[in-house]
Design a protein around this ligand. Structure first.
Ligand SMILES: Nc1ncnc2c1ncn2[C@@H]1O[C@H](COP(=O)(O)OP(=O)(O)OP(=O)(O)O)[C@@H](O)[C@H]1O
Length: 273
């Protein structure tokens, strides 16, 4: 279980997250939704240890990992796939996957087994194993970025906007893999602006607005809630995984903890980092 308790994060003295409470259990996908700048990436980075929390805690299976760095959190089983794919374009697909295994100490058959599992999830990567990653399509690079995280067999996968810039059928193909992972007990926190597709593969959804968690509910409830579908899922809300890239407006709900002002929240001198 990953638990965020009262998590707050700043950039310099500007608050990007305020008092976030969120849990992700093993075997579930939680969609983290929000407009540009809502704080999704910051939340994932704070969970992964790439961004410092200024308030609150990150618990991993009951242990407080807030003070641990990203490398240690990765070793313990929290893997982040950052936005923008970030594969090593000059290295081959196989070399990129090998990098994912760095530090695991796995050798021989065990190592090969991990790579074979990645190829089984994304067969196209096996076909292109000796090809430079920079020659892959955007969708294939996204698959590679996810596969590189998966070879470590993380307990929790944090996925930042995997649909960005990809054709709808590729998005569906990539997101459908998540179901197989959660069948094996992995927990997934999926940050997405493509709300319809994300909720289509999630058990629960949480909506961020200006760094505040304004709604958290089952994916089914969010998909069928007239307020949600009218305001941000669009007319294709019931067609999860459809062509429509439903994006979020700047303001949907009244926040549970209303910020004192809109947009990034300036933090007073006494509460800065
Ligand atoms: N490196 C940074 N320095 C200063 N402010 C930042 C930085 N990165 C993000 N921010 C600000 O923090 C807030 C949250 O940004 P974040 O990237 O987490 O949102 P997001 O929901 O992931 O948006 P997007 O989908 O556009 O990436 C925004 O106001 C953003 O401008």
């Amino acid at each position: 279980m990953i638990e965020l308790n009262g998590l707050g994060a700043h950039y310099s003295r500007v608050a990007a997250l305020r008092s976030i409470d969120l849990q992700v259990a093993p075997g579930e996908v939680v969609a983290l939704l929000g407009a540009n700048g809502a704080g999704k990436s910051t939340l994932l980075h704070s969970t992964a240890g790439l961004h410092r929390a200024v308030t609150g805690k990150v618990l991993f299976n009951g242990t407080d990992v807030t003070s641990l760095d990203a490398a240690e959190r990765t070793r313990r089983g929290i893997s982040l796939v950052p936005a923008g794919r970030q594969v090593f374009t000059d290295l081959t697909v196989g070399q990129n996957l090998e990098l994912g295994l760095h530090g695991t100490g796995l050798r021989g058959a065990e190592r090969k087994g991990r790579l074979d599992q990645a190829f089984e999830l994304f067969p196209i990567l096996q076909d292109f194993a000796d090809r430079a990653a920079g020659l892959l399509s955007g969708g294939q690079q996204q698959m590679l970025a996810i596969a590189r995280a998966l070879v470590r067999r993380p307990a929790f996968l944090l996925l930042d906007e995997p649909s960005l810039g990809l054709a709808p059928q590729i998005v569906t193909q990539i997101l459908s893999v998540l179901t197989r992972l959660t069948d094996d007990g992995m927990g997934v926190l999926l940050a997405e602006q493509n709300a319809t597709a994300a909720l289509g593969v999630s058990q629960r959804g949480a909506i961020l607005e200006n760094g505040v968690l304004v709604r958290s509910d089952s994916a089914a409830a969010l998909l069928t809630d007239p307020d949600v579908s009218n305001h941000y899922l669009g007319s294709s809300a019931v067609d999860a995984g459809s062509d429509t890239r439903a994006t979020l407006p700047n303001r949907i709900f009244e926040p549970m903890h209303p910020p004192t002002r809109r947009g990034p929240i300036l933090v007073g001198p006494t509460s800065g980092p």
